[in-house]
Design a protein around this ligand. Structure first.
Ligand SMILES: Cc1ncc(COP(=O)(O)O)c(C=O)c1O
Length: 369
């Protein structure tokens, strides 16, 4: 935060006025992406990033229809409630808009295809192909497919290998763009890579960033290919008063420094690995833990009352979160049944913190036995 305070004391303006911080930050940020992702737009929140991503896709493709994934969340703007199955199909939702086409969540534990099937990733991608066929038959080709690279609100879903690769092939064969929502999962949280889409071996056309990008400061971004950005240059002009201001960019630069200097991605692999192993041991001991999944520091433990029927242990999951709160640990629940313990700690978590958490979880689950 010192970087932001120093810049705030000196000058804050907007991107109509050039400032070195903006240029430096764009260069540093896009250098973390594979080619051809080299153009960056700044906004203030993950929602704004996704809204802009949709505008880019609509303008470039000159199409309107969108493919989305069930149980996903992309933000609170009206354009994003429309494409967030978790909202439009959930409580208070108005249902699926006619230009939005849902596809199944690639959940290998509870979904329609399960881990045991070696082709599970391909099968989930085929459901997208089938939806595209229906769209094409109605003369409604997709503008884009938008998916979180790992499913957050869906319950810490790690798509099976090959899922995004085959999904992107199907979408691109129909002339659509592929948007990766990295708002929850980017910036080294997966440990093995800076961006979660890299774990699936794909390069999206548009990537949206938010949450950790400013370590608590409201900053977000959209990164895309030059042709897509060029097509957006219609003369209408994109302007955002606060997006990418010099203070935000100073903070964004400092965040990139800390991720690099403190080896936070390696820490995600190391401590995330310890937590995952610990959860797997607890799974042997507590029948309530039906599934343990995750990569790096993006982990989930799905609680079930019966490992055969997978009856969700929603109440137990909520009681676990409450009990851990009293032990100084903040978790939440996610997933369509709210029975997945969502474990997404700060990137600086230590092995000692991980042990403290695992012991506390062990004690808490023992109370349900
Ligand atoms: C995957 C994902 N996309 C987008 C958003 C929206 O971001 P914001 O709350 O910064 O608008 C969220 C927020 O939870 C999110 O989890």
């Amino acid at each position: 935060m010192a970087a932001g305070q120093a810049q705030m004391a000196q000058l804050n303006t907007n991107t109509r006025f050039l400032h070195d911080n903006i240029v430096d930050y764009v260069q540093r940020l896009v250098a973390t992406f594979p080619q051809p992702l080299s153009v960056c737009f700044f906004v203030n929140s993950g929602s704004e990033a996704n809204d802009l991503a949709l505008r880019l896709a609509w303008t470039y493709s000159k199409r309107r229809d969108l493919l989305v994934v069930e149980h996903s969340y992309h933000g609170h703007l009206s354009s994003l409630i429309d494409i967030s199955h978790y909202k439009f199909a959930g409580k208070g939702g108005a249902g699926c808009p006619d230009y939005v086409w849902s596809t199944p969540c690639p959940d290998g534990y509870r979904g329609r295809f399960r881990y045991a099937d070696p082709e599970v990733g391909r099968h989930y991608a085929s459901t997208i192909k089938r939806q595209i066929d229906t769209m094409l038959a109605r003369d409604r080709p997709p503008a884009a497919f938008i998916a979180e690279s790992l499913g957050g609100v869906a319950g810490q879903i790690i798509p099976p290998p090959g899922y995004l690769q085959h999904a992107y092939e199907h979408v691109r064969a129909a002339g659509g763009l592929c948007i990766a929502d990295e708002v929850q999962v980017g910036f080294g949280r997966v440990g093995s890579a800076m961006w979660a889409f890299e774990t699936q071996g794909v390069v999206p056309d548009i990537v949206t960033l938010g949450k950790p990008i400013g370590n608590g400061h409201p900053l977000a971004a959209v990164v895309t290919r030059p042709e897509i950005a060029d097509a957006f240059n219609t003369g209408m002009e994109y302007f955002n008063t606060f997006g990418g201001n010099p203070v935000s960019c100073a903070i964004g630069l400092a965040v990139l420094d800390v991720i690099r200097n403190e080896n936070l991605a390696a820490n995600a692999t190391h401590v995330g690995g310890l937590i995952k192993q610990g959860l797997e041991s607890l799974q042997q001991k507590h029948s309530l833990i039906g599934d343990v999944r995750g990569v790096g520091l993006f982990l989930g433990a799905e609680l079930v009352r019966d490992r055969d029927t997978l009856e969700p242990a929603t109440e137990e999951a909520n009681r676990t979160v409450e009990a851990l709160k009293h032990k100084g640990i903040l978790l939440s629940t996610d997933g369509p049944h709210d029975n997945v313990l969502k474990i997404k700690p700060p990137m600086c978590i230590t092995a000692a913190d991980a042990n403290y958490f695992l012991n506390a979880l062990d004690e808490t689950l023992a109370e349900f036995a």
